[in-house]
Write a new protein. Structure first.
Length: 343
């Protein structure tokens, strides 16, 4: 590779210099001699990240929340394996027990044969990396300075999106936004396995801070009117609507808002607690505050979380990909900063 001597250098060609095109000459030199020669290396590193995400290799990861079986512990126990291939979970087997779910009975669940569960954060990252590669390849042929800068800046924005996608799962992939999609897609007979008269198990499978995370929650079903109501139009439960009203009606306190919905407020005493439990139209303020704090609409019903087990798996390719993407971000950011300084 040959490098042209910068015109403004001691040994440069001073005849190339002119007040009208000083900045243009500087930027053209920077693009031609510094940035474009670095593009093949940048493209190679993005291609490596894409290959790792799309690899057909199967990664078998153990699942355990570190709790040992004990009849008296009552703590959630989860053990099993998860297998990832590319952007899919292709196998998921688990044995688990929650102290308050089916009286602590052990649940054994195995993913449906030939079923694949799409990891949306992986597929989103793959799509964005492909877009970035197209932009970087086009950069090698772009001569216009403004267009070059804009395309490189757009590539950096997509790279930031990639990094954020692997750091933070979107609301639609986590409880309560996912409406138990993972369990419904992965398991046959999920109603019998993961649900009882009073409880329901929820499952999240997400990438959080560059790690593949699994979280089981034991939820208690809210059956007391009007707290069990879900607005079919908005998908929000009664507690969520009350919280919205409290934000909108700053001049009203909780007691007044509840009374406007026909609820009678009882004092938090033994008699008051008994009366409030016997009547759907009565509630104590502590009970109402508990409903407001814990109730969410989920899978077309109202639930409250009572137990959970969180697990983190070591996915070796994720660690490597995340590290490479951070390095590429620094590299592209430096090139853009240098271009900005000469604009």
């Amino acid at each position: 590779m040959t490098t042209e001597v910068y015109a403004y250098d001691y040994f440069g060609n001073k005849e190339q210099c002119g007040a009208e095109n000083d900045w243009e000459v500087e930027v053209e030199w920077l693009i031609k001699e510094i940035i474009k020669p670095d593009l093949p290396n940048i493209i190679d590193n993005f291609s490596m990240c894409l290959e790792m995400l799309q690899s057909e290799q199967e990664f078998v990861m153990p699942l355990s929340n570190g709790k040992e079986e004990s009849k008296n512990s009552g703590s959630p126990i989860v053990k099993g394996i998860m297998v990832r291939q590319g952007e899919f979970i292709i196998d998921f087997q688990v044995m688990m027990s929650f102290g308050q779910f089916k009286k602590g009975k052990q649940i054994v669940a195995k993913m449906k044969p030939s079923q694949k569960y799409l990891l949306v954060q992986f597929s989103t990252t793959i799509m964005k990396l492909k877009d970035i590669l197209i932009k970087l390849q086009n950069l090698q042929m772009i001569e216009d300075i403004e267009e070059f800068y804009n395309v490189l800046e757009s590539a950096l924005e997509e790279l930031n999106d990639c990094i954020d996608t692997l750091q933070n799962p979107p609301h639609g992939l986590t409880f309560p936004g996912n409406n138990n999609g993972p369990i419904k897609q992965m398991f046959d007979d999920y109603d019998n396995l993961f649900e009882s008269t009073h409880h329901q198990i929820a499952l999240d499978i997400t990438i959080f801070r560059n790690e593949l995370c699994v979280e089981f929650k034991n939820l208690t079903k809210v059956t007391r009117p009007p707290w069990d109501q879900v607005d079919l139009r908005t998908g929000k439960c009664f507690a969520e609507k009350i919280k919205e009203e409290l934000k909108e009606k700053r001049n009203m306190n909780l007691e007044q808002v509840l009374q406007s919905h026909g609820l009678q407020i009882n004092q938090p005493s033994l008699l008051g607690n008994i009366v409030s439990r016997l009547s759907s139209e009565s509630v104590t303020l502590p009970e109402a505050q508990d409903y407001l704090r814990r109730s969410v609409s989920f899978d077309k019903r109202v639930v409250m979380e009572i137990e959970k087990a969180s697990l983190t798996t070591s996915d070796p390719s994720l660690i490597s990909i995340s590290s490479k993407l951070q390095g590429l971000k620094t590299c592209i950011n430096n090139h853009l900063s240098n271009l900005s300084a000469h604009k």
